[in-house]
Design a binder for this molecule. Sequence first.
Ligand SMILES: Nc1ncnc2c1ncn2[C@@H]1O[C@H](COP(=O)(O)OP(=O)(O)OP(=O)(O)O)[C@@H](O)[C@H]1O
Length: 352
Amino acid sequence: MGTLKNATSTPIQIEFRDVTKTYGPVAVIKNMSLSIRSGEFLTLLGPSGSGKTTALMLLAGFVVPTSGDILVSGKSVADVPSHRRDQGMLFQSYALFPHLTVRRNLEFPLETRGINAAERARRVDRMLQRVHLQDFDNRMPSQLSGGQQQRVALARALVADPPILLLDEPLGALDRNLREHMQHEIKSLHREFGKTTICVTHDQEEALTLSDRIVVMRGGQIEQVDSPELLYDRPATRFVANFLGEANFIDKAGFEVEVDAAPPSGTLPMIRPERVAIMEIGAIPNSDDLRQVISGTVQDVIYAGPLRRYVVRVAESTFVVREHVVSGQPIFRPHDKVQLHWLRSDVRFVAA
Ligand SMILES: Nc1ncnc2c1ncn2[C@@H]1O[C@H](COP(=O)(O)OP(=O)(O)OP(=O)(O)O)[C@@H](O)[C@H]1O
């Protein structure tokens, strides 16, 4: 994040050119074209079966495209076997070698690159220090916690200093606290080493936190590619709006949506729950901006720590409202009549 200040002047390092992968009659990747810049942290996000892992496997060289080409630094890698591609990998299916110590695990990628013993020791020591595991070098993987194993795996992916890092669900097996810790670790390693990083996840929060750009995949195709901010704030489709957070689609509203300019034709109005405010009947929004005000009935209210989440029935539609809890705020109960209001400029239009 923030690592690509001069994004347009940074060279393209990886390019998918019209890549298709079929298994029998089924295309699991369809005409995928994508350019990834040097130093970028790019996440492939999507539901199960959308083709994220296959896309990463194609780049890793474990899966061969049926058609199209993948270029790294401007050259096709079609004929380069996986072990000759200069990339570090953290894959679920590429776990630590259980019969090797932490040190030997880290030495492995250096050995395959023909690096001598003294240099191997130096690099392994430095990397173990970097991930704060210098005292664990003679342990076996089974003698480490899940988080420590994951840090060793990250260190192993980085130790040979590859220009590209591939991460497949890197935090998948960790509990919530450890995940946050590892997110920070991955982010700080990315800042420090500047590797072009391609990460697969189905976790939206992880994608939003880590990435410079997110590729949302659906049915083997790219649905949208954008920065986390733009994907959340300007989703192009209903699918993206739904996949990244919660959205109120105003499709069977029973009232007119007020907008400042004519909405793009054939698109669906949408507003995020945190952009909708709730107030008593008869109250007036404390703002001069152009707001739409509608009345409805509270169906449900849920407390979630610092947030309160209302479900409100308005004509034919149901609205979710998410508000930050502050002192002195009115609290509404199911069956209460209320008003909802929002800035007209906060309404978005997405392809249905
Ligand atoms: N070797 C294979 N043979 C046949 N079909 C496959 C093979 N590998 C993957 N698929 C199919 O391709 C589709 C995409 O799989 P992929 O693993 O890329 O999805 P994904 O988005 O990573 O999903 P998940 O989050 O569940 O891992 C799935 O429908 C899967 O069943």
